[in-house]
Design a protein around this ligand. Structure first.
Ligand code: NAP
Length: 283
């Protein structure tokens, strides 16, 4: 039988989760992969493995519009995996407006704009169009020193849930992925940004808290090691959401994502706040 290949577009395939998911889809001949990254040279190896590679910078509206125009004009698109993102860490009081806006541009407004622009093509997907967002456990369990990142992922969740309601009649399904700790360059990249963007503005009164944050970003405090999974766990969720007849609305990946979801639902806000505040005070 000569079935049409299905196409998935993935953002942020230069490293970590996006790279792994792209790579695993490329192993399957029934899939065509549009792999995107800010710098094409970072994904040259994916092109050699027959991915269609395109540059996409979520901070650049022209880059988003150009890609969406090309896809809408020429490509069939079945699945969009909004994966790219970063963490701008630091106490919320120490963040500049520019820093806060940049975080939201990359993690929220860029993916929203890209998704909105690709909706016409996803609506025409045979079967049904699938949209996935790589959110985070931190969208529902907020953490001190990561407030702006948490806010961006919570905003992404709200957009995704609204989109799900508004596009159901077009046979499009919307899935949220909520990973806990996953092996990738995420913390190393967060640390690089932190040194430039937050450290020079850090409030000295929070010296202990910043020292703890720096240890965590550098991988020196590995209290999460036992729970950390490889990006394969995310691939499995994305693949299921892409191929199941009725994809789940949400995949919580890693044990902390599952357990803490129920903990914060079952306990009072006061209790959750007290625990998190104690952790913050202890640094
Ligand atoms: N790893 C975890 O523990 C974890 C947990 C929960 C959620 N997540 C989420 O998973 C997603 C992937 O992160 P990861 O763990 O794979 O980290 P990563 O290795 O740092 O990968 C992040 C990817 O996002 C791309 N990116 C950053 N800013 C971009 C922009 N303006 N435009 C386009 N692409 C951009 C990066 O490209 P460059 O190489 O060009 O910077 C990179 O490809 C993120 O949304 C993150 O919030 C990760």
């Amino acid at each position: 039988m000569n079935e049409r290949k299905r196409t998935i577009l993935i953002t942020g395939t230069s490293s970590g989760i996006g790279r792994h998911v792209a790579s695993r889809f490329l192993e399957r001949p029934e899939w065509r992969v549009i792999a995107t990254a800010r710098h094409l040279e970072d994904i040259a190896d994916l092109a050699e493995r027959s991915a269609v590679t395109r540059s996409l910078d979520l901070d650049d509206a022209v880059s988003i519009a150009t890609l969406a125009e090309e896809v809408n004009a020429g490509h069939a698109l079945d699945v969009l995996f909004n994966n790219a993102g970063y963490g701008g860490y630091g106490a919320v009081e120490d963040l500049s407006l520019d820093q806060m806006m940049r975080q939201f541009t990359t993690n929220v407004f860029g993916p929203m704009d890209l998704t909105n622009r690709l909706l016409p093509t996803l609506s025409r997907a045979e079967g049904r169009g699938r949209i996935m967002f790589n959110s985070s456990i931190l969208s529902y369990v907020v953490s001190p020193m990561k407030g702006n990142y948490c806010a961006s992922k919570a905003a992404l969740d709200a957009y995704a849930k609204t989109l799900r309601m508004e596009t159901a009649h077009r046979n499009i399904s919307v899935t949220l992925i909520h990973p806990g700790p996953i092996e990738s360059r995420f913390n190393a990249n967060v640390y690089k940004r932190y040194l430039v963007e937050t450290k020079p503005r850090a409030n000295p009164e929070l010296k202990t808290q910043y020292a703890a944050l720096e240890r965590a970003m550098q991988g020196q405090d590995d209290s999460m090691k036992a729970y950390r999974l490889t990006p394969e766990a995310i691939f499995r969720a994305v693949y299921e959401a892409a191929t199941d007849r009725y994809p789940r609305e949400c995949y919580r990946i890693t044990r902390p994502s599952k357990v803490l979801y129920w903990v914060q639902r079952l306990l009072s806000d006061r209790w959750v706040n007290a625990v998190q505040s104690r952790r913050f005070a202890d640094g």
